[in-house]
Ligand binder design. Structure first.
Ligand SMILES: Cc1cc2nc3c(=O)[nH]c(=O)nc-3n(C[C@H](O)[C@H](O)[C@H](O)COP(=O)(O)O)c2cc1C
Length: 401
C-alpha cells in the first residue's frame, strides 16, 4: 500500500538490543491472542513496504512452565515464518529456575534471537500468583529472574529484555528501581508501559514516567509504551521522553499498516497509509490465509476452522470507522471457511478511507481495578520462604497480558 521511500532525515539512530540492530526503532508489543506469526507477518510486511528495514515484532507471551514441559501450544507460539528475522519471543514466569530453563531451551535450541520478559501483565489470574506487574515489588525475586534469564541466554548470544509497568499502584511504584536492576543484571533494554497494574488499560499512559526511567537507566535502551495510536503519537513520545524507541500494541490491532506509517515517520517521511475498504478487505483475506498456515499441523480443514475462528476477533478492529453495515459486520464475525470469507469480503464493495473514525483509541480500555495480589504481598518487599515455595507451584498456564 506504500511505495519505497527515498532517503530522508531519520529521527532516531537504529535501536541496539545486544547484538541485534533494529533499523526502525519500533517494536510490535507482545499481545496474547494477537501477535502470532500471521499478524506479525502482516505488520512486518507493512513496515518493509517502505523500503526501510523494519522493526522488532514480538510473539505472544509463552509461560516458562509450559515451555519447559514442551506443551505443543506453547511450542506453536514459539514458531516463526521463514522471513521473520530477528525472531522475538516473550516469556512469563515467577520462578527463576523455570524461567532460566525456558530461556535456555529457546536460546540453546535456536528457537529465537531475542527473549523479552513479562513483568507487566495486570490480569488477575496472573497478579494473584505474584506474577506479571505484581512481581517487581519483590525486589530479589525480580533480580533473580532477570539474572537467571540473562545467564541462560548469554552463552548463545541471545539478548534478554524486560517489559514492565510503573508498579502496582501509585503507592507502590517499582519501575525506577526495577529498570536499573534489570540493567545491572544484564538486560539489553527496558520497556515501560507507563501505567500501573491498578490502571489496567484505563486513563492515559503517563509518558513523563518514561522520561524518568530514561534518566535512571543510562547504559541500555529505554523503550516507551502506551497509547501510541499513530505515527505522530510515536514521534511525540520520543520527543517528550527521550525514549530510544517505541513499543506499539493496541494501535495496530486491525491496522498492521501502522507499521508502514511508523517506519516512514522514523525515517523522516510524512507519507501515511490511508487504505480504502477494499484494501482493508484484501488485508483481512491475507490475514485469514496466514492464520490457516499458522494452525496447519497437517490437517488443512481443521486449520481452516481454527484460523477463521481466531480471525473473527480482528474484524471489528479492521472495520472500525468504515462504512459497513451491521449485518455485514455480523456475517464476517461468524466466518468459518476461507470461501465464506472471500464471499463476505467481496460483498462489502469499496469505500474511501474514513479518516478520524478509523483512527484514535482502539482495543482494550476500561476502568481502574483494584489489583488482585497474593495475601500480604504488599507488606514486605521480600518474599517469605512460604511464598517462595508457593511460587514454584504457581506456574500455571496463563494467557493474557
Ligand atoms: C489483547 C492484549 C494482549 C496483551 N498481551 C500481552 C502479553 O502477552 N505480554 C505483555 O507484556 N503485554 C501484553 N499486553 C500489553 C501490551 O503489550 C502493551 O503493553 C499495552 O497494550 C500498552 O500498549 P498500547 O497502548 O500500545 O496498546 C497485551 C495487551 C493487549 C491489548
Amino acid at each position: 500500500m506504500t511505495t519505497t521511500l527515498d532517503a530522508a532525515q531519520r529521527v532516531l539512530p537504529p535501536l541496539r538490543i545486544g547484538p541485534i540492530t533494529v533499523d526502525t526503532p519500533v517494536v510490535l508489543a507482545p499481545m496474547a491472542g494477537v501477535t502470532n506469526t500471521a499478524f506479525r507477518t502482516l505488520c512486518r510486511e507493512a513496515g518493509a513496504s517502505t523500503g526501510h528495514h523494519p522493526g522488532l515484532y514480538v510473539a505472544e507471551m509463552v509461560t516458562s512452565r509450559a515451555l519447559v514441559e514442551r506443551n505443543p501450544e506453547a511450542l506453536r507460539i514459539v514458531t516463526f515464518g521463514p522471513q521473520e528475522s530477528p525472531r522475538s519471543v516473550q516469556v512469563y514466569g515467577v520462578d527463576p529456575a523455570t524461567v532460566g530453563e525456558a530461556v535456555r531451551i529457546i536460546a540453546a535450541e535456536d528457537r529465537a534471537d531475542h527473549v523479552d520478559l513479562n513483568f507487566g501483565c495486570p490480569v488477575p489470574k496472573v497478579t494473584r500468583k505474584g506474577g506479571g506487574g505484581a512481581l517487581p515489588w519483590k525486589r530479589q525475586l525480580f533480580t533473580d529472574i532477570v539474572r537467571a534469564a540473562v545467564r541462560a541466554a548469554e552463552p548463545h548470544g541471545v539478548p534478554v529484555t524486560v517489559k514492565m509497568r510503573e508498579g502496582i499502584d501509585d503507592e507502590h511504584l517499582t519501575y525506577l528501581e526495577a529498570g536499573p536492576i534489570a540493567e545491572a543484571e544484564g538486560a539489553a533494554a527496558v520497556a515501560l508501559h507507563a501505567r500501573t497494574v491498578a490502571m489496567h488499560y484505563s486513563g492515559q499512559a503517563r509518558w513523563p514516567s518514561i522520561a524518568r526511567l530514561k534518566e535512571a537507566v543510562t547504559g541500555v535502551p529505554v523503550l516507551g509504551n502506551g497509547d501510541i495510536w499513530s505515527a505522530e503519537d510515536a514521534l511525540r513520545m520520543v520527543a517528550e521522553t527521550g525514549a530510544d524507541g517505541v513499543v506499539v500494541g493496541r494501535g495496530c490491532q486491525g491496522r498492521p499498516w501502522l507499521f508502514a506509517d511508523l517506519a516512514a515517520a522514523f525515517h523522516g517521511h510524512t507519507v501515511r497509509v490511508r487504505p480504502t475498504l477494499q484494501q482493508v478487505a484484501e488485508t483481512i483475506y491475507r490475514h485469514g490465509e496466514l492464520m490457516i498456515d499458522f494452525f496447519d499441523d497437517g490437517d488443512r480443514a481443521e486449520a481452516e476452522g481454527k484460523g477463521m475462528r481466531d480471525l473473527r476477533k480482528h474484524m471489528a478492529w479492521y472495520l472500525k470507522g468504515y462504512a459497513v453495515g451491521g449485518e455485514s459486520r455480523h456475517a464476517l464475525a461468524l466466518v468459518s471457511t476461507l470461501a465464506e470469507l472471500r464471499e463476505r469480503l467481496d460483498a462489502l464493495g469499496d469505500a474511501p478511507y474514513p479518516g478520524k473514525d478509523a483512527e484514535g483509541q482502539r482495543g482494550r480500555a476500561g476502568t481502574p481495578k483494584t489489583p488482585h495480589l497474593p495475601y500480604g504481598w504488599l507488606d514486605s518487599r521480600d518474599l517469605s520462604p512460604e511464598w517462595e515455595a508457593k511460587l514454584r507451584e504457581a506456574e500455571l498456564s496463563v494467557s493474557g497480558g
